[in-house]
Design a protein around this ligand. Structure first.
Ligand code: ZN
Ligand code: ZN
Ligand code: ZN
Length: 374
């Protein structure tokens, strides 16, 4: 998995936009309104330079050509987006009301799916212009829009996973004892970039008691001999995400650390083996949780078992109690049970897994045993 993947084409983006419009129609929505962010990148390849108070909005509706409303000053950049040939660009100039520009494109009594990160400013502007419309967040209205990956997307996710694995293998060689968590986190970020990530999203280094806080940011704590250290890192490579966790020990682990690690590893393995088309997302969570509960640590597994990954590092589907969505080949998500003992230490093991016709395939495959570091 080396080299740069073939870029997505205007036809790829056209197909995604058509799929979104059809999915909206099937869900009883009049259309989809997409603000700058991961949904817009996935649908068009267009990422405006920064979040802007000026309205940029992709309007998708079944039986209607896609239209991108864009500020006039940003239209030249939008025209260069790979997906632009599949779009009609409609610009508005400062001094004009962008909502009156948008309104004629929308069913005035329709219910629309809106990307989660759309600014309230813009949604309120549209509602004022079209009081008969109503809205639902895309993660609620069309949660599975980006969940099933095609072959080209899976290749990118696999490449990102391989780069994260290479990062882990290198980090085992650095010194831990006597250095700050933030120093090791810096090493992780450098390695992710070295192995081709253009964006680093997180580098968790949770040493000793800090490991008991799942999203602990690496801080000034100096790592000591005898610490258990949770490592969790990821970002984007060629626009697709990586996210993996391993828990290491500085010097030989003690009996309880080893026991807790064994429980998490067995839970992670059992949840991975449960992955196959047709089971529900919540079943993946249940398998991991049952294992940890039987071992007596159920109340110390304080987060869901997993989350989807794609053009972002956290997205639907979620492996959580209550999520009845069935697994489908091409879905990609984390399997990351953990046990957190406040004031003492934490253990988490995480791989990205994709659903195949007959089971699951890991996109991370470094050893899951607790590595001993220096
Ligand atoms: Zn120890
Ligand atoms: Zn993670
Ligand atoms: Zn994760």
């Amino acid at each position: 998995m080396t080299g740069t993947p073939a870029p997505f084409t205007a036809d790829d983006y056209r197909a995604r936009m058509e799929r979104a419009a059809r999915a909206a129609d099937a869900a009883g929505l009049a259309g989809v309104l997409v603000a700058p962010g991961p949904d817009l990148v996935w649908l068009t390849g267009y990422a405006p330079p920064a979040a802007t108070e000026r309205l940029t909005l992709l309007v998708l509706a079944a039986g209607q050509d896609p239209v991108l409303i864009v500020p006039a000053l940003e239209a030249p950049d939008a025209e260069k987006a790979v997906g632009a040939p599949a779009l009609e660009l409609r610009d508005w100039i400062d001094g004009k009301d962008p909502y009156t520009t948008t309104a004629p494109l929308l069913d005035a009594s329709g219910r629309f799916g809106v990307s989660d990160n759309a600014w309230a400013l813009h949604l309120l502007g549209l509602q004022k212009e079209l009081p008969g419309t109503s809205y639902v967040s895309l993660s609620e209205g069309l949660p599975m829009l980006r969940a099933v990956k095609d072959g080209a997307e899976l290749d990118r996710l696999a490449a990102a996973g391989a780069a994260a694995d290479a990062t882990y293998e290198e980090i085992l060689k650095v010194a831990f004892a006597g250095r700050r968590e933030s120093d090791v986190a810096g090493d992780l970020a450098d390695l992710l970039r070295h192995f081709g990530h253009e964006q680093v999203d997180f580098t968790v280094v949770g040493s000793g008691p800090n490991g008991a806080s799942p999203h602990h940011e690496a801080g000034p704590r100096v790592i000591e001999h005898g610490d258990t250290v949770v490592l969790d890192f990821g970002g984007l490579k060629h626009g697709y995400g990586s996210d993996t966790s391993r828990t290491v020990h500085v010097g030989e682990p003690g009996a309880e650390e080893q026991r807790v690690h064994d429980v998490v590893r067995a839970a992670q393995q059992a949840a991975f083996e449960a992955v196959r088309p047709g089971i529900a997302c919540q079943d993946v969570d249940r398998v991991a949780r049952a294992h940890i509960t039987e071992a007596g640590y159920g109340d110390r597994f304080i987060h869901r078992t997993g989350h989807g990954i794609g053009v972002t590092t956290h997205e639907p589907p979620y492996m959580i109690e209550g999520e009845k969505q069935l697994l489908v080949p091409g879905m990609c998500f984390s399997v990351e049970p953990g046990i957190y003992l406040p004031g003492r230490f934490g253990v988490r093991i995480e791989d990205i897994v994709t659903v195949t016709e007959d089971g699951g395939r890991r996109l991370n495959d470094t050893p899951r045993e607790m590595a001993v570091v220096n």
